[in-house]
Structures are given as structure tokens and as C-alpha cells.
Design a protein around this ligand. Structure first.
Ligand SMILES: C[S@@+](CC[C@H](N)C(=O)[O-])C[C@H]1O[C@@H](n2cnc3c(N)ncnc32)[C@H](O)[C@@H]1O
Length: 195
């Protein structure tokens, strides 16, 4: 875990400069298709520098109803500088205590392959969501492009791969999610609704 923290810490300062204009369009599509609304209380898991925050606000989510969490202290520091009004926690999502039955919308954006125990992520998110709450796992790239990107990175994350489709489907079901969507046509997108 230390190497993952070091890796993202080392990229935090430059993180926002890596983004390309077309990726912001994909963020809007992801939030739109997952029906994010002003009623939602949002958990942004592996929130990085808060790249999603302006879009949550654009969709009408109330600032105090957004909670970020990220394991990299530097990412969290930049998040807090950019958005002092938005609560963000520094720590491992699987280890930090968060309120159960509390959020209506949890998103793991551009981050899922970095979770080394993916099944435990489903188990925990299921406890944190309210009934009818939604889990969205999405990327700006397709599965193939994403796995290539990590493989060619020559860095700590080179062995990180996106969970197989069949395991996504299995874990959604095992941890009480229904109405599952899995789509890899233009970019990778999955969602499930907690029963
Ligand atoms: C590729 S970055 C994406 C950040 C942000 N979602 C974005 O799109 O800009 C992956 C993030 O996952 C975070 N991360 C990795 N493992 C984590 C864990 N176990 N708990 C919380 N955050 C984690 C990293 O620190 C990093 O900020």
C-alpha cells in the first residue's frame, strides 16, 4: 500500500494538468446516465484532487452532501485547497470508519484497478449506501485502453488491472445490488442499485 501512496503522492501536484478536454465530457455523461441529482448525498471514493467536485455541484448536489476519501495525503491536500467547503478524509477506504446506511450515491471514478481487494470494496459500499442507493464504477477509457495504459506505465501501477466483468456481476449480486449495468462500448461504466 505504501508504494501506491508514494506513487499518487508523487503525481498529485501535476494531476490536474494530465486531463484532456474530452474527458470532462465523459464525466458529464457518466453523472447524467447514473441520474445524479440535487437530492443525492455523494461518496466519492478515491477522490484524488477532486476532479469530480465541480461536476457534482453542476448537477446540483449540495456541497455539504459530498464526501471525498483518498489514501494519498498529497491528493487530499490539493482537494482541500481547491474545495475548502467540501469534506474529504485521508485514508484507505477499506480501513476508515464511515457512516453506514448514509449515502445515496457512491462513485469510484478512474480508480477501481488500484483497489487490491475489490470484493471488500463492494461489501463495504453496500453497508454505506442507503436502500436504493447507487454504486457507480466508471472510467474515461474502455477496459482495453485502461489495462494497456497501466501495463505500459512502467510504474507501481503496471500490474493493476480492471476486475473481470463476471466478477463485477458476481460481486454486485453477492452484496445486494440489482439493476446492474455493465457497458464497455465507449468507456467503461457499471452501476448497481442497492436493494
Ligand atoms: C487514478 S487516481 C484517480 C483519482 C480521481 N478519482 C480522479 O479521477 O482524478 C486513483 C486514486 O485512488 C486513490 N486510492 C488508491 N487506493 C486507495 C484506497 N485503498 N483508498 C482510498 N483511495 C485510494 C489514489 O490515492 C488515487 O488518488
Amino acid at each position: 500500500m505504501e508504494d501506491i501512496i508514494r506513487f499518487f503522492d508523487s503525481h498529485a501536484e501535476k494531476w490536474d494538468s494530465y486531463w484532456k478536454e474530452e474527458e470532462f465530457g465523459i464525466i458529464r455523461k457518466i453523472l447524467e446516465r447514473s441520474s445524479l441529482s440535487q437530492e443525492d448525498s455523494v461518496l466519492d471514493i478515491a477522490s484524488g484532487t477532486g476532479i469530480l467536485v465541480p461536476y457534482f455541484l453542476e448537477f446540483g448536489v449540495v456541497a455539504s452532501c459530498i464526501q471525498g476519501i483518498d489514501i494519498s495525503p498529497k491528493m487530499v491536500e490539493i482537494f482541500s485547497q481547491k474545495f475548502p467547503q467540501i469534506p474529504v478524509i485521508c485514508g484507505d477506504f477499506l480501513l476508515k470508519t464511515l457512516p453506514e446506511n448514509n449515502y445515496s450515491y457512491a462513485i469510484i471514478f478512474n480508480s477501481f484497478p488500484h483497489f487490491l481487494e475489490p470484493e471488500k470494496v463492494f461489501e463495504k459500499v453496500s453497508k454505506l449506501l442507503k436502500p436504493k442507493g447507487k454504486l457507480v464504477v466508471a472510467h474515461t477509457k474502455t477496459r482495453e485502453a485502461l489495462d494497456r495504459h497501466h501495463q505500459n506505465s512502467g510504474s507501481t501501477v503496471r500490474t493493476h488491472r480492471l476486475l473481470e466483468d463476471k466478477l463485477f456481476l458476481q460481486y454486485y449480486q453477492k452484496y445486494g445490488f440489482t439493476d446492474v449495468i455493465l457497458d464497455n462500448s465507449l468507456y467503461f461504466y457499471t452501476q448497481g442499485v442497492k436493494k
